[in-house]
Design a protein around this ligand. Structure first.
Ligand code: KG4
Ligand code: ZN
Length: 345
């Protein structure tokens, strides 16, 4: 079984190939440099770049996976997987249209994939880029999904069965990192640079709020935290590197405190056996470390699955993986439709 997966939900053009249980190629062409100039992702530019990059990324991916059939030049693909949402619709459509063309040309079936489900399963890829046996995950499981567009706590009774028990009421965690970075005059995307400055661990002479940390539900809100940074910056303009580092350290800790506290509380309430971390913000070392410590201390029998760094941000390997688990759920290529707000449930 060979799966070709296409991911274009935001600003990475990505194509991966999965054979049996192993990722043979995982090519990502990032548009960060183009969007950085605008301080965020510009949908029309993302669309233009995906259209330009898709054929190049495809060629690279096929070549690296060594699956080109020399006689016919039709690769030995069994099915095509494509992200249909959530994400930026103009960007999603480029991947869908490309998948439709390939399906027609190669006469292969298509599977429509939810991007967030990709982030859920990403931590099942091990260091050899192979899928762990799914028995590896003990249920019930709880996924903490933290990306640029989403912050969700997802309860899973079994594999591929999702119930969102909490989500953000306003900004997503990654979005808050990006916006705070912008306020501090730091480049897009903000997450990696805020994390880098926070590494200096310079304690700020103030504290920022931990929004909704004590609320009874599992929802999040990061917009107030971002506004608190804005007001603090009026009092204490962070012009020096040291001041920027103080803001980053305190802001990052505020986000981590809320994420970790709610995850642990949900893990206890739902008697969770495996916690799964996923999404771009899962690249944050301090979040990985502090969540790991909190799990050991508070729910020691619970396992924690964290994606390898190459599978935290957007990639098509995770999309191929979902298709592997859903290999018989074909969609009529003509019915494919981008859905910017697609939900997991
Ligand atoms: O999952 P992802 O690549 O794209 C979406 O599906 O949204 O997540 C991107 C988000 C961005 O907001 C970026 O700033 C954030 O992930 N991010 C980080 C780190 N690396 C990326 N946030 C915090 N710490 C990081 N190290
Ligand atoms: Zn994502």
């Amino acid at each position: 079984m060979i799966i070709l997966a296409i991911e274009t939900s935001c600003d990475e053009t990505a194509i991966a190939i999965l054979k049996d249980k192993k990722i043979l190629s995982n090519i990502i062409s990032s548009q960060i440099k183009i969007h950085a100039k605008w301080g965020g992702v510009v949908p029309s530019l993302a669309k233009r770049e995906h259209i330009k990059n898709l054929p190049i990324v495809l060629k690279k991916s096929l070549r690296e996976a060594k699956i080109l059939n020399s006689k016919f030049q039709i690769p030995k693909i069994d099915l095509i997987a494509v992200t249909i949402g959530p994400g930026l619709e103009p960007a999603l459509w480029t991947g869908i249209n490309f998948a439709q063309e390939l399906a027609k040309k190669w006469k292969k079936p298509i599977i429509a994939i939810n991007h967030m489900e990709g982030h859920v399963v990403a931590s099942l890829l091990n260091s050899k880029f192979k899928i762990q046996n799914s028995k590896f995950v003990k249920f019930p499981a709880l996924a903490l999904l933290v990306s640029g567009g989403h912050t969700e706590l997802v309860f899973m009774k079994k594999l591929l069965d999702y119930k969102i028990i909490g989500s953000t009421l306003d900004d997503a965690a990654g979005e808050a990192f990006d916006k705070v970075a912008k306020m501090l005059g730091l480049p897009y995307p903000g997450g990696p640079i805020v994390a880098k400055l926070a590494e200096e661990k310079i304690t700020a002479p103030f504290t920022l709020p931990r929004p909704m940390i004590n609320s009874k539900n599992y929802d999040f809100s990061f917009s107030g935290l971002k506004t608190a940074v804005l007001y603090k910056l009026k009092e204490l303009p962070a012009e020096s590197r040291k001041l920027k580092a103080e803001f980053c350290y305190e802001f990052q800790q505020a986000v981590i405190d809320v994420l970790v506290s709610k995850t642990i509380r949900a893990a206890k309430e739902y008697k969770i056996k495996t916690i799964i971390l996923g999404g771009g913000v899962a690249a944050n070392e301090e979040l990985r470390k502090q969540l790991g410590e909190a799990v050991k201390k508070n729910v020691p029998r619970c396992a924690l699955l964290v994606p390898r760094h190459e599978f935290t941000g957007d990639n098509a390997a995770m999309i191929a993986l979902v298709a592997y688990f859903r290999k018989n759920q074909f969609t009529n290529p003509e019915n494919l439709k981008a859905n910017g707000n697609l939900k997991l449930e």
